[in-house]
Design a protein around this ligand. Structure first.
Ligand SMILES: Nc1nc2c(c(=O)[nH]1)N[C@@H](CN(C=O)c1ccc(C(=O)N[C@@H](CCC(=O)O)C(=O)O)cc1)CN2
Ligand code: GAR
Length: 214
């Protein structure tokens, strides 16, 4: 695949939709960044796969529109994919940020926004895919853990990597201390990276991705 470059309109704030399943601290960090007009983006919607996601309540308290599309309300994954895509499309996003979203995004969704869906994951990929990144890092005894921002593809945590940040694993870490150290670094990386995507653009080739420079 030839290198492809993506840029967003610079005559208006870019429209971000954020996908969550839980607390939403990444969402909160992104929102804080968007309150500065120079960041160049606004969060136009937050979507979850479960109505128990605490981040939904937080978004509503800030006046951000929210939607929930539960997989269990649909007969199969394919029809959920169609409904989930329609819910996100209703906000006409320029870029979609999956941040602690715990469902595999389907082919319909990814075809609607090719190379415009990013996911933040709490491990240094390709190590420790799935939903237990910090736990699996501790079990493996690694000395460095971290977070990865990547362009979502049909696989699980296999898309081209945009950015990575490493944190040390301390000898006395438990799951909570390591998880929180990763999350602090992860939030900073997410905010900086989405800012670069919005302001300068990004590129993707066969296996790699990166930011356009200013
Ligand atoms: N097509 C893709 N979708 C998503 C990716 C991705 O790389 N490609 N990353 C994620 C998030 N993710 C970890 O980063 C992840 C999400 C979901 C699962 C998973 O096994 N989900 C189960 C349900 C689990 C649950 O509901 O608690 C499922 O989908 O049946 C693993 C990893 C965002 N989506
Ligand atoms: N593989 C999915 C996964 O484990 N994602 C992780 O869930 C956390 C969500 O935190 P938040 O809800 O506070 O933003 C984040 O650390 C994210 O990497």
């Amino acid at each position: 695949m030839k290198k492809r470059v993506f840029t967003l309109p610079d005559d208006r704030p870019s429209r971000l939709v954020v996908l969550i399943s839980g607390v939403g601290t990444n969402l909160q960090a992104l929102y804080a960044a968007t309150t500065n007009a120079a960041y160049g983006a606004e969060i136009v919607g937050v979507v979850s796969d479960r109505d128990t996601a605490e981040g939904l309540r937080w978004a509503q308290s800030r006046g951000i529109p929210t939607a929930t599309v539960c997989m269990g309300d649909f007969p199969d994954r394919e029809s959920w994919d169609v409904a989930f895509t329609a819910a996100v499309q209703s906000w006409e996003p320029d870029l979609i940020v999956s941040a602690g979203f715990l469902k595999i995004l389907g082919p319909k969704f990814l075809a609607q926004w090719p190379s415009r869906v990013v996911n933040t994951h709490n491990s240094l990929l390709p190590s420790f895919v799935g939903i237990h990144g910090p736990r699996d890092a501790l079990r493996a005894g690694v000395k460095l853990a971290g977070a990865t921002l990547f362009i979502v593809d049909p696989g699980m945590d296999t898309g081209p990597i945009l950015a990575q940040v490493a944190v040390p694993v301390h000898d006395d870490d438990d799951l909570e201390t390591l998880t929180q150290r990763i999350k602090v670094a992860e939030r900073a990386q997410l905010v900086a990276s989405v800012g670069r995507m919005v302001q300068h653009g990004w590129w993707i080739d066969e296996v790699r991705a990166g930011f356009e420079s200013d």
